[in-house]
Design a protein around this ligand. Structure first.
Ligand code: PLP
Length: 366
């Protein structure tokens, strides 16, 4: 069999090569590399896509999260509730503001933040809740927003894996006070470098987000507050605009790939649980197996690329050692980290490739 990619960005590029090359050429010809018109055009298109009023392009998903926390005034002495089962950036940005990330365990099946455990973690210092829509499936935002309202907290969705997903018919990134997504190349909607975006229906918050991404600047060389260099490149905005017409079909293709995996693997490995109110974009198709590392090595030998999202839960990470969590804390996140394995997942995965993946996986099981 030909070489298989975990996420095949080459095939995707070939599929949209002409409009993509034109979009890039237009930026090169304009030489408006910073704050070119494509940035605003993309913001308007994606705000409309998710159904919210304001979108602010950012240099990465991480800077999008950081910008929101800065705009909300999070700082020393504050606590933000989040999940220990995520990419480091979620809790990293909380810690960068000098606030404390407070972990709450995940649901054992979806691996999203468990709403029933949130209340016990709320203290007088808690300012908000930052759930992650892990692997492309939204957390239970109705339940989480209700708890937040009762305690006067905000909710910010880390939608870095879930752009294009929906929850009860509403799009990810329009379910909470504000949300961040990432356009890292491997994400469901990826650019050709780093990029991200924030979303909100709050005009004042959106204004702050714009000021923060330009060094706190309110007029040229007038700096009203601390900010960052957090803009989205014009080139990346143009690349995303070129990808957007293909995105709906890609989301559908992701559902089909996931359905084929589920059909072949159900009952043999633990397949993802998708709640009936959710449409996942399957940023990852992550199954769970015993002897994960051995299964992964056998798959690698058979030419099947896999990944582990994530091998170390955040409460075991050295950078968060000062939070003093026991190794046994957050048992669902801790167990998941030993069992998860992500299979090749992208809209251009062929049936033949999927056959090869599932056959190799079933052979590799202990
Ligand atoms: C990818 C990701 C981020 C960070 O996005 P970048 O664009 O790489 O900075 C944050 N949170 C989660 C859950 C992610 O998957």
């Amino acid at each position: 069999m030909a070489h298989m990619e975990f996420i095949d960005l080459q095939t995707q590029y070939r599929h949209m090569r002409d409009p993509m090359n034109r979009a890039i050429q237009t930026v090169l010809d304009s030489s408006r590399y910073i704050n070119g018109p494509q940035v605003k055009e993309l913001e308007d298109a994606l705000a409309q896509f998710v159904g919210c009023t304001h979108a602010v392009g950012c240099s990465s998903g991480t800077d999008a999260l950081l910008g929101i926390l800065m705009a909300l005034g999070v700082g020393p002495g504050d606590e933000v509730i989040t999940t220990p089962f995520t990419f480091i950036a979620t809790a990293e940005t909380i810690a960068l503001t000098k606030a404390k990330p407070v972990f709450v365990d995940v649901e054992p099946d979806t691996l999203n933040l468990d709403p029933t455990l949130i209340e016990a973690a709320i203290t007088p210092r808690t300012k908000g809740i930052m759930p992650v829509s892990i692997f492309g499936q939204c957390a239970d935002y109705d339940a989480i927003n209700t708890i937040a309202e009762q305690h006067g907290l905000w909710v910010v969705e880390d939608g870095c894996q879930s752009f294009g997903a929906s929850y009860k018919g509403k799009r990810s990134c329009n379910l909470t006070l504000a949300a961040a997504t990432s356009f890292f190349p491997a994400k469901p909607l990826g650019c050709y470098g780093d990029g991200g975006m924030t979303f909100t229906n709050d005009a004042q918050l959106a204004q702050q987000l714009k000021v923060i991404r330009e060094h706190g600047q309110i007029a040229q060389y007038q700096h009203a507050r601390l900010g960052i260099n957090g803009r989205l490149d014009t080139l990346q905005a143009a690349i995303l605009l070129a990808k957007l017409p293909f995105f709906a079909d890609e989301i559908t293709a992701r559902q089909q790939v996931a359905a084929r995996y589920a059909e072949r693997l159900a009952g043999k490995v633990r397949i993802p649980t998708i709640r009936p109110e959710n449409i996942s974009v399957f940023a990852q198709y992550t199954v769970r197996v015993a002897s994960r590392d051995q299964v992964r090595a056998t798959l690698a030998a058979a030419g099947i690329p896999t990944a582990v999202h994530y091998p170390i839960p955040l409460h075991h990470q050295t950078v968060f050692a000062d939070l003093n969590h026991s190794k046994e804390a957050f048992p669902h996140a801790t167990l998941a980290a030993t069992e998860v394995i992500s299979l090749p997942m992208h809209p251009y995965l062929t049936i033949e490739q999927q056959d090869a993946v599932t056959e190799a996986l079933l052979n590799a099981l202990p």
